[in-house]
Design a protein around this ligand. Structure first.
Ligand SMILES: Cc1cc2nc3c(=O)[nH]c(=O)nc-3n(C[C@H](O)[C@H](O)[C@H](O)COP(=O)(O)OP(=O)(O)OC[C@H]3O[C@@H](n4cnc5c(N)ncnc54)[C@H](O)[C@@H]3O)c2cc1C
Length: 390
């Protein structure tokens, strides 16, 4: 068992830290305040190869494992969750395509994801199919060499700017997971429309959207995993990749918590009340100790889960545990750190107010805390029921 980063990993992390602290930190408040997507950050990330970190080298990526990829994303999340999400999301749909798409599709699309030229959203959730992702109704009907898509999606992050969407759709008459597959729908196809959801709490530079498909025709070659009413393979195959994504939510939460912690620690060494620095007050010191305990525990869970995925031995229950612990921890810790700033922390002139709002989304997306706990409970009872009576 080795908990040390190697030299290359340290260099990767330190370079990402320098970029985040030196360039992205100063601008983070602006994207939120003006509800702007940080194009200039995305260009920098593309230039430095961060958009293709986990992509195979043959498609222009770095071929890095998930531990390395998330070391970078964690550093970005310390200053700006939105910018961390750009790297995170640019590594999700492309990885599904890389694992399940045809050779032709991979050659055509993957290098362009790595360069940042293309973006692909995940369009899974529907109004009636949230936590129950198998309740989707969007249909995909084969018609010769084409597939006709009808239905709608909700909460699609970056759906307003993505060039294409990885759409979960039902092929043929079926229910539950059977018959569900995934297909790429380009944003310029006739019959496709998108509507931005307004009034978002945090990460305001990224829009969630409703997508509408009215007899949208795409070539059958756009199918990534074909749905078959006789089985659930088209649904289950891409799911394994969500283990990493789930932990990724945890790592981003960890980054936000660390960012808030660093700011609070700094402030506590200068702010004085009752003739004492805050850093000298026992009650506050204990709060910071508690925060650090939680941060370190989340780090161990997340990176253990990622290291197991990299080693080819993914542990889905541990991935859910890491997601729940880290995302719930980050909510507690960012609020505690905000508390150190007294009334000042309640205002948008300090990053704490944004961090508290931003981090809230991570317990919801990628599988809510409650559904992750269902996964963990299923794991517990499967183990018990498989034990022999002796
Ligand atoms: C900011 C943001 C970004 C998102 N981005 C995307 C995206 O890019 N693509 C995409 O497809 N989706 C996206 N989503 C959707 C997200 O995955 C869903 O919101 C999530 O799956 C929950 O579904 P729901 O909102 O319909 O809540 P519901 O499923 O209606 O759940 C309501 C409440 O009930 C609880 N609950 C539900 N079922 C159970 C159960 N069996 N046991 C215990 N508790 C339960 C939930 O935990 C929740 O607290 C995003 C959501 C948000 C908020």
């Amino acid at each position: 068992m080795d908990f040390e980063l190697n030299d290359e990993q340290r260099q990767l992390r330190d370079a990402a830290r320098k970029l985040a602290q030196g360039e992205f930190r100063a601008r983070a408040a602006r994207w939120d305040r003006e509800e702007l997507f940080p194009e200039e950050n995305k260009h920098r990330l593309a230039e430095l190869g961060y958009l293709g970190l986990s992509m195979d080298r043959e498609y222009g990526g770095s071929g890095a494992g998930l531990v390395d990829t998330y070391l970078v994303i964690e550093e970005l999340a310390k200053v700006d969750l939105l910018t961390a999400m750009i790297v995170h999301d640019q590594n999700v749909s492309p990885r599904i395509i890389a694992n399940h798409g045809s050779i032709e599709m991979k050659r055509r699309l993957l290098p362009r994801f790595v360069s940042g030229e293309l973006e692909c959203s995940i369009a899974w959730t529907e109004p009636q199919a949230g936590s129950d992702g198998t309740a989707i109704r969007t249909s995909a009907v084969r018609d010769g060499d084409e597939v006709v898509i009808n239905g709608s999606k909700i909460f699609t992050t970056f759906g307003d700017r993505a060039d294409m969407h990885l759409v979960y759709a039902r092929f043929g008459k079926s229910s539950g997971a059977r018959g569900i597959g995934t297909v790429i729908v380009e944003c310029d196809r006739p019959g496709f429309t998108v509507k931005k959801l307004e009034g978002k709490m945090g990460v305001r530079g990224a829009a969630e959207n409703e997508l509408f498909f009215d007899n949208v025709r795409v070539p059958a070659a756009n199918i990534v995993t074909a749905g078959d009413p006789a089985n659930s393979a088209g649904f289950v195959r891409p799911l394994t990749l969500y283990n990493g994504t789930r932990v990724g939510m945890g790592v981003m939460a960890l980054g936000v918590a660390e960012g808030a912690f660093d700011l609070a620690r700094e402030y506590m060494t200068v702010r004085e009340q009752f003739g004492q620095k805050l850093a000298e007050m026992q009650g506050l010191r204990r709060m910071m100790a508690d925060a650090l305990i939680e941060i370190e525990a989340a780090r161990c869970l997340c990176y253990k889960a990622l290291a197991l995925i990299d080693a080819g031995r993914p542990d889905p229950a541990l991935c859910s545990i890491a997601k729940v612990f880290a995302t719930e921890m980050a909510q507690r810790v960012t609020v505690q750190c905000q508390q150190m700033f007294g009334g000042y922390g309640y205002f948008g002139s300090l990053p704490l107010e944004r961090m508290v709002r931003d981090v809230r989304m991570l317990t919801l997306t990628g599988g809510t805390t409650q559904t992750q706990k269902n996964n963990i409970a299923n794991h517990i009872f499967d183990i018990q029921s498989s034990r022999s009576p002796s």
